[in-house]
Design a protein. Structure first.
Ligand code: G6P
Length: 609
């Protein structure tokens, strides 16, 4: 999704803004732009379609300024084109970058056209810059102009605004889209994500809903939605500028796949004892709030939704708690009947997914007992809006296709199963069993990462195919869904997942030698049934690619390829087998020359509906 960076400093801010944009590339975008106030107090702007390095290539070598804003755009209103890229400028006087969507842009555009404003883009954003310019003419004060313009906007925004009439000032505002202020010494910054600013500061102020910030070199003054001056705390980030470096790895995704043993160990640290899960890990109020929970509603999007589906099997099977799981974009428009004492759980790597945030707000209206966020972004809107929080400690995930954030979500869900389950059907021995298994998990992931070469050997069977089918049963069905999603998002091969028992109700018609069929086959009570389903594929001339437990008797033959996986407990199998499917998608996509870390049309953090 779109990214914002801005700066007011004594030094030239162009390199800071460009580096900031590069650090936001992982969010997904299709065009980029930068505007600074130059030495002659004019607005200088460069924009381009494509990557930040293309923007960099277009920059005038003399472009310099001490106040500036920059943006990566992910097209919503108007196609990816230079004229639609931000910053947008009104009458050479006001420049603006915007994340979010202005819903009443068409009405505003008509009114502004009647007033003689010229439009140079198809975006919803351009109306904001005209609206602010109009007020600047009346007030001659940028802060007052922004404040006066905002009430006419309907929708979501994070904004950075500058004007050459006040060259040392930057005004920022947020409603519905995240924005942080970076605090420096004699310089200040804004960004949609702390990652953009880590090379210049580690001190951040997180703006609240409705805040407007007046940012100069020496001061940051914040006003709340009612216009009252407020103090917001400065927080020290623990992230370092190189935490997100790619190191020896060819792609972030590969690095992040290999980081999973450490990410899981970090997620468990201080959360488990020898036999028990510490429920304080969910927050100080956890013991009180969990006391009367009798059911769970999980809501999430994308990969996080798949984690939720696996969580349901665990919550029902181990804790005997009723659990429903739904994608946020559906949940938020449904009229669900809420059973008393239901815990509302959101799962999200970014904590900024617009649909998940809206679902959380709706859950509060609907009267869920309590809310819990399982999230990987400590200062995100989701974390701040939830009563209880369990942070996954995956560290920054840059690859758009989520890997370590997913497996750490699964670990977090097992911790939840333990603390809720002990109040229901989970025995102390059952909890100890979960804890011991979790301790062994990082080592098990290391082992399956050792199967990388075997997975790579399968690449030629997939690289030229148009479609693939993924099969699993029980907890392995959502694993198959995640494997199919990984393959389609980064290799652009159409992939579908089916619960293997459903094969004969439709997808079997598609099976032929051009449709590779991937099956996840750990050793569990459904294995025999899965094997019969695989026979159905073989009998139709399909070619099978099976990840099978070492103890399973699935034999290789001309139509059946098997990668033997070290034995693992059924409880951990979804996590262990997912890693193999991540590797498969990764290597197939590499062989196709795809843009692994920034797949086309996708974004890391989906901050619009
Ligand atoms: C985007 C990302 C996915 C992610 C989904 C949900 O589509 O590309 O990797 O699973 O959003 O995001 P969340 O941050 O809420 O987990």
């Amino acid at each position: 999704m779109c990214g914002i960076v801005g700066a007011v400093a004594q030094r030239n801010v162009v390199p800071i803004l460009i580096e900031g944009l590069k650090r936001l590339e992982y969010r997904g975008y299709d065009s980029a732009g930068i505007a600074v106030i130059d030495h002659e107090h004019c607005l200088a702007r460069t924009r381009s379609v494509g990557k930040v390095r293309e923007l960099e290539g277009r920059l005038d070598a003399h472009m310099e300024g001490t106040t500036g804003i920059a943006h990566t755009r992910w097209a919503t209103h108007g196609r990816p084109a230079t004229e639609n890229a931000h910053p947008h400028i009104c009458r050479k006087t006001v420049a603006l970058v915007h994340n979010g969507i202005i819903e009443n842009h068409a009405t505003l555009r008509r009114a502004q056209m009647q007033l003689g404003y010229e439009f140079t883009s198809e975006t919803d954003t351009e109306v904001i810059v005209h609206e602010i310019y109009r007020r600047l003419e009346e007030t001659s004060d940028l802060l007052a102009a922004v404040r006066a313009a905002l009430p006419s906007l309907r929708g979501a925004y994070a904004l950075g605004v500058i004007t050459n009439r006040e060259p040392d000032r930057l005004v920022a505002a947020r409603r519905g889209s995240p924005l942080v202020i970076g605090v420096g010494i004699g310089e200040h910054f804004i960004a949609s994500d702390v990652a953009a600013l880590l090379p210049v500061t580690q001190r951040f102020i997180f703006l609240e809903e409705g805040d407007i910030a007046d940012v100069t070199r020496d001061a940051v003054t914040i006003y709340d939605a009612q216009g009252a001056r407020v103090e917001r705390p400065i927080k020290q980030s623990k992230l370092s500028a190189d935490a997100a470096a790619r190191g020896e790895y060819r792609h972030y995704m590969l690095k992040e796949i290999h980081e999973q043993p450490r990410a899981i160990a970090d997620t468990l640290e201080n959360r488990i004892g020898l036999e028990r899960v510490y429920e304080q890990a969910f927050g100080h109020a956890a013991t009180d709030l969990f006391a009367d929970i009798e059911a769970v509603q999980i809501v999430a999007c994308g990969t996080s939704y798949h984690a939720g589906l696996i969580g349901r099997y665990w919550l029902e099977g181990l804790a005997s708690l009723p659990c429903t799981v739904e994608v946020a974009s559906e949940f938020r428009y449904r009229k669900p009947r809420v059973a008393p004492h239901t815990l509302f759980v959101t799962l999200s790597q970014s904590g900024e997914t617009a649909d998940t945030l809206a679902a959380l707000a709706y859950a509060r209206e609907l009267g869920f007992a309590h809310t819990l966020a399982i999230c990987n972004a400590p200062e995100s809107s989701l974390v701040r809006g939830s009563e209880l929080v369990l942070m996954t400690q995956a560290g920054p995930e840059i690859g758009v296709a989520s890997t370590k954030a997913f497996t750490t979500q699964l670990v977090a869900l097992l911790l939840l199963v333990a603390v809720l389950g002990r109040r229901h059907a989970l025995s102390p021995e059952g909890e100890t069993h979960i804890v011991q298994l979790l301790r062994s998990l990082p080592g098990q992931i290391e082992q399956v990462l050792g199967l990388d070469a075997a997975v790579q050997a399968w690449v030629p069977f997939f690289a030229n195919k148009q479609h693939a089918l993924f099969l699993g049963r029980g907890t392995q069905y959502p694993v198959a869904m995640e494997g199919a999603l990984k393959l389609k998002e980064i290799s652009y091969i159409h992939a579908e997942a089916y619960p293997a028992g459903e094969l004969k109700h439709g997808p079997l018609a598609l099976v032929d030698s051009d449709m590779p069929v991937v099956a996840v086959a750990p050793n569990n009570e459904l294995l025999e049934k899965l094997q019969s389903n695989l026979q159905e594929v073989r009998a139709r001339g399909g070619e099978l690619f099976v990840f099978a437990d070492a103890q399973n008797a699935i034999r290789e033959d001309a139509q059946t390829h098997v990668i033997t996986v070290p034995p693992t407990d059924d409880l951990l199998a979804p996590i262990v087998y997912t890693v193999l499917l991540q590797l498969l998608a990764y290597h197939v996509a590499v062989s196709k020359g795809a843009d692994i870390d920034q797949p086309r049309n996708l974004a890391k953090s989906v901050t619009v509906e």
